[in-house]
Design a protein around this ligand. Sequence first.
Ligand code: DAT
Ligand code: MG
Length: 148
Amino acid sequence: MEQTFIMIKPDGVQRGLVGEIISRFEKKGFSLKGLKLMSVERPFAEKHYEDLSSKPFFNGLVEYIISGPVIAMVWEGKNVVTTGRKIIGATNPSDSDPGTIRGDFAIEIGRNIIHGSDAVESAKKEIALWFPDGTVNWQSSLHHWIYE
Ligand code: DAT
Ligand code: MG
């Protein structure tokens, strides 16, 4: 089954949104396969965002990600990458629809509280980076109430 990497950024942790965010993915029916609270070092944050290294906002982005602990998660389910991005909302919270996480809880692009992989391939790469020891293999007993 498809997996995605979701990270609650330092502002989401500081603002007490961890439970709310996890709840939205849980209630949708997705399964949590990995979860940890961690502080990341600068080289690790730079690696995570390496595709954006030429952008003018790259240094500010890295500073933001290392400014406090983050919650790293792996969520699993049918189309979880695309659906996860919909649950999160547009990158700039000014464009995120109400009802999405960024639309409901964020105002500025540089404080948009959550990260979600943008494709199945990048999800695999990010999960390998953040969970080098692997994730937990289990299946919810509700599986057949969520999938036909
Ligand atoms: P997303 O996080 O929606 O996948 P992205 O991968 O394009 O967006 O960029 C990663 C993060 O970088 C994004 O969450 C916020 C920041 N960012 C993106 N574009 C930006 C911009 N034009 N100015 C400032 N920060 C930006
Ligand atoms: Mg991205």
